[in-house]
Design a protein around this ligand. Structure first.
Ligand SMILES: O=C(O)[C@@H](CO)OP(=O)(O)O
Ligand SMILES: [Mn+2]
Ligand SMILES: [Mn+2]
Length: 559
């Protein structure tokens, strides 16, 4: 439709030249907050990021990275990688999954559309299975939406419902899984009173069961498959509350990494394996950590692990997770249609592009950046490099992650002269911040800063330009705070560690020898957000952004 008629030619920028190498660096989970001992970016030695902030007041500023500025339902919603990189790459604000599902539920359209009607065909004889993250974090899923789907499906004929839950502790406080299970169990008990056979059938922690991403570790998905589809897991319990409470009592246990469990009846038989004739919905709206399971559920020639038994099911995603792969083919709510991204424009205007991160964030600077689309726009002008991530560890064990390797590859790409844009994500602040390990997060921030240095040094050598930014906050605040900003304590008097992202703004810094001396940040945009970065980057490449893009952050004054 739009694709066919789009005019891909970008107008020249009136003053800024073409042909400069532009390095776009995204520090994942790197927000700006007041300095205290829980601000790991402040505690860490970060001389490079400090100098960007303190060195050039007209070339450093903050932008919004959460809430409505990135297409989330409200300004109480923290930012996340999906919406952050979508905004950075697309240059416009699209209503995101959380908001689209809210709207479809509010209007009732979700029940009319093809996806629901497709799974409904199974309600007569089969079981409806719902698989996903049980959390009110709003990053991958939301509990209230799951509640409405369970209720709505039962009102529309689902007689047997099984929930396969993944516990969070990453977007929400560790231990909050218990409360979420209590909430959903109340709903299920009510349904049972009305004659609907509704129960939780299996579970496990999101980082250990099912929700791997970018094919970092298929054994994570296999553990989920075994519990959800085959009804097999090392731990068996009579109900989910008992399961989570018992498993959490193990030393070092937490919600993110709970082992898989299945719920069994008195005879020890699992209550909800997925069998022929059943319907399955994966209720996460966010794609990256559901794509692997979607492949296992939908691809006939799947070979990443032995599925043992492949039930003939009717499967729908909450959203379609990959528009290019059309995966899954059926979905309850249409995903945001993010077309004409800056990456596609620039490539079509001759900008040779290099993108790089390590596995756990690789799709962020490719798939999310390009509007939830995998693959190249033009393979003759693009190279995407994935540095393999460590797998099977929590990242506080290796807080430097692959920052050095990413920086080296990026340096080489810059020095090669083969690229006009290098675009990278440095995961450390975010991935280690999510572990809640403050000491390790400090090490992580330092490592990311050193990686930035290597990239900026290379930019210096080739006379290029840099733009350094972040996708949302995380490492700058590691403690849960009350409204007055003071750290909150738990029952035992210890501080409540914040593993999640934050509502904080993020920095944008520009510079480099190739930057026209008259370039500075405009002071007339009141509350810019991440979506303003795309037009800015287009300018740095010597182009004007399309008219419907959020406006550029920069202006050029005579100098
Ligand atoms: O790990 C993830 O999936 C999310 C948090 O749920 O983090 P990010 O958005 O930074 O990828
Ligand atoms: Mn992120
Ligand atoms: Mn994160």
């Amino acid at each position: 439709q739009e694709m066919a008629t789009a005019n891909w030619t970008l107008p020249d920028h009136p003053t800024l030249p073409k042909g400069k190498t532009v390095a776009v660096v995204v520090l994942d989970g790197w927000g700006e907050a007041s300095p205290d001992q829980y601000n790991c970016i402040h505690v860490a030695q970060t001389p490079v990021m400090d100098s960007l902030k303190n060195g050039a007041p007209e070339k450093w500023r903050l932008v919004k990275a959460h809430g409505t500025a990135v297409g989330l339902p409200s300004d109480d919603d923290m930012g996340n990688s999906e919406v952050g990189h979508n905004a950075l790459g697309a240059g416009r604000i699209f209503a995101q999954g959380a908001k689209l599902v809210d709207a479809a539920l509010a209007s009732g359209k979700i029940w009319e559309d093809e996806g629901f009607n497709y799974i409904k065909e199974s309600f007569d004889k089969g079981t409806l299975h719902l698989i996903g993250l049980l959390s009110d974090g709003g990053v991958h899923s939301r509990l209230d939406q799951v509640q409405l789907i369970v209720k709505g499906a039962s009102e529309r004929g689902a007689k047997r419902i099984r929930l396969h839950i993944l516990t969070d502790g990453r977007d929400v406080l560790d231990g909050s899984s218990v409360g979420f299970i209590e909430t959903i169990e109340k709903d299920l008990a009510q349904l049972r009173e009305q004659g609907v056979d509704a129960r939780i059938a299996s579970g496990g922690g999101r980082m250990y069961v099912t929700m791997d991403r970018y094919e970092n570790d298929w054994s994570v998905v296999k553990r989920g498959w075994d519990a959800q589809v085959l009804g097999e897991a090392p731990h068996k319990f009579q109900n989910a509350l008992e399961a989570v409470k018992t498993l959490r009592a193990e030393p070092k246990a937490n919600d993110q990494y709970l082992p898989p469990f299945v719920i069994v009846d008195e005879s020890g038989k699992s209550v909800g394996p997925i069998v022929d004739g059943d319907a399955v919905v994966t209720f996460n709206f966010r794609a990256d950590r559901m794509v692997m399971l979607a492949k296992a559920l939908e691809f006939p020639d799947f070979d990443k692990f032995d599925r043992v038994r492949v039930p003939k099911i009717k499967y729908a995603g909450m959203l379609q997770y990959d528009g290019e792969l059309k995966l899954p083919s059926k979905y309850l709510v249409s995903p945001p249609l993010i077309e004409r991204t800056s990456g596609e424009y620039l490539v079509k205007n001759g900008v040779r592009t290099f993108a790089c991160s390590e596995t756990v964030k690789f799709g962020h600077v490719t798939f999310f950046w390009n509007g939830n689309r995998s693959g190249y726009f033009d393979e003759t002008r693009e190279e995407y490099v994935e540095i393999p991530s460590d797998s099977g560890i929590t990242f506080n064990e290796q807080p430097k992650m692959k920052a050095l390797e990413i920086a080296e590859r990026t340096r080489d790409a810059i020095l090669s002269g083969k690229f006009d844009q290098v675009r990278i994500n440095l995961p450390n602040g975010d991935m280690v911040g999510h572990t809640g390990d403050i000491e390790a997060t400090v090490v992580a921030c330092k490592a990311a800063d050193e990686a930035v240095k290597m990239v900026l040094d290379a930019v210096e050598q080739v006379g290029g330009i840099y733009l350094v930014t972040a996708d949302h906050g995380n490492a700058e605040d590691m403690v849960k705070r009350n409204k007055a900003g003071q750290p909150m304590l738990d029952k035992s008097g210890s501080i409540q560690i914040l593993t999640s992202h934050t509502l904080q703004p993020v920095p944008v810094a520009i510079g480099g020898p190739g930057l026209h001396p008259g370039v500075r940040f405009r002071s007339d945009i009141q509350t810019p957000g991440l979506a303003n970065v795309a037009a800015t980057v287009m300018n740095l490449h010597g182009f004007q952004a399309p008219a419907d893009y959020e406006t550029t952050l920069i202006e050029v004054v005579d100098k």
